[in-house]
Design a protein around this ligand. Structure first.
Ligand code: NAP
Ligand code: ZN
Length: 365
């Protein structure tokens, strides 16, 4: 079914948290604040939230143990913390990892779901209300209904997805990204770019998601030169943040396609950051699509002001630097893991096993 649905209220601009204290008081008395280990404490986002809660006379408890690529174990631990503290709502602050963990925690705090049921997609409607504050410009998790978790038993990352997982409110304030390091900035921007490009190459793409994707790709491309020099103004940071939220809105309806399916193995086995994993595969994936749908790829490249896939690959190579080594045996294993993933069937041209193998090979060998 072709549709566009995204129910999250998005509030944007500098100091938007401090200017909107009632958004927090309306959610309940006590919050669980979910963050990663340290960045939220350093970039001002946690301070702003705590200032508002204190002024509102609200209480809170902090769960700050979310690691990058959060695990199933982590979200169950966070949910026990939420239950023990009897919180009314969840505030997720950070990159995609704390935001994704916060979604699963908000649901597991209300529903008894076993680990085996967690990836079934069959959940009740009970979930704690959620306020999200993205501090990277990449995942768009603040406006999606997906929570991507590391599943050690299946040796991969899997998304859980349900309309109940859409956050209620997202605050977009680029000031929290002033000191985002170069590599995290580049990888997360490429993740956002990948979301918009993949959204356009999804079987669920439609005129509304294509419109959002085209603006998002153009906004990101307007920052390519600044990204290469890593000389980003606050305005650039803001453009990248809004572009990444737009890209999140795209995948909230289209889902991601083969690039994300393939990238999960690179993250799981090679410890590659999520956005980097997508970035090393994206150009060769476009080359595969180009063989079948050249006009579509030409259109995407034109949004970036580029003439061909080689030009795009050169840009990604410059941004990503030296690539990891990978053997043909590893590629065979990743191909087996990737093929059953639902994002493969979601691709506008469904890749066969040999296509997936070849995209890995031409990207990394
Ligand atoms: P991340 O894992 O959330 O964060 C990466 C690193 O950046 C961490 O070390 C973090 O530190 C640091 N950091 C975050 N914000 C910072 C800031 N403002 N200043 C300085 N450092 C900062 O990375 P991410 O790329 O944003 O998220 C990746 C995850 O999102 C993956 O698990 C991926 O699968 C998932 N994802 C989800 C969706 C979705 O729709 N739900 C879509 C795409 C990707 P701390 O740990 O100290 O915070
Ligand atoms: Zn992604």
């Amino acid at each position: 079914m072709l549709q566009y649905f995204m129910p999250t209220r998005v509030i944007m601009g500098e100091d938007s948290i401090k200017k909107n204290p009632s958004v927090f008081s309306e959610m309940g008395k006590k919050a669980l604040i979910v963050t990663g280990k340290s960045s939220a404490k350093k970039n001002g986002s946690l301070d702003d939230v705590i200032e508002v809660l204190s002024k509102n006379g609200q209480s809170w408890s902090i769960y700050d143990k979310v690691m990058s690529n959060p695990t199933v174990e982590c979200v169950y631990e966070g949910a026990s913390h939420a239950r023990a503290e009897e919180v009314d709502y969840v505030i997720g602050i950070g990159g995609g990892s704390p935001m994704d963990a916060a979604k699963a925690i908000a649901m597991l705090a209300c529903q008894d779901i076993t680990e085996d049921q967690l990836f079934s997609g069959n959940y009740g409607k009970e979930v704690l209300p959620m306020i999200f504050v993205p501090t990277t410009a990449g995942t768009g998790s603040e406006v999606t209904s997906a929570s991507v978790l590391t599943h050690h038993k299946q040796k991969t990352k899997i998304g859980i997805s349900s309309p109940v997982l859409f956050p209620d409110v997202a605050f977009l304030d680029a000031k929290y990204m002033d000191d985002l390091p170069r590599d995290v900035t580049v990888y997360t921007v490429i993740d956002a770019l990948s979301h918009s490009v993949e959204g356009m190459l999804s079987v669920r793409a439609n005129p509304l998601t294509d419109a959002l994707a085209s603006v998002s790709i153009r906004m990101i491309a307007s920052c390519f030169e600044a990204l290469k020099k890593f000389d980003l103004s606050r305005k650039d940071r803001e453009n990248l943040l809004y572009a990444s939220t737009l890209a999140g809105m795209v995948i909230s309806s289209t889902g991601t396609v083969a690039v994300h399916a393939m990238g999960y193995s690179l993250t799981y086995f090679k410890n590659m950051d999520h956005g980097r994993a997508n970035g090393v595969l994206l150009a060769e994936f476009l080359r595969f699509i180009e063989e079948h749908l050249p006009d579509k790829v030409e259109q995407i490249l034109s949004y970036m002001g580029m003439k061909n896939v080689d030009e795009f690959k050169d840009l990604l190579d410059e941004l990503l630097g030296l690539k990891e080594e990978i053997t043909l045996d590893e590629i065979n294993m990743y191909t087996e893991i990737t093929m059953p993933k639902h994002n493969i069937k979601n691709t506008i041209v469904e890749p066969k096993k040999e296509d997936i193998f070849n995209i890995y090979k031409s990207s990394l060998c």
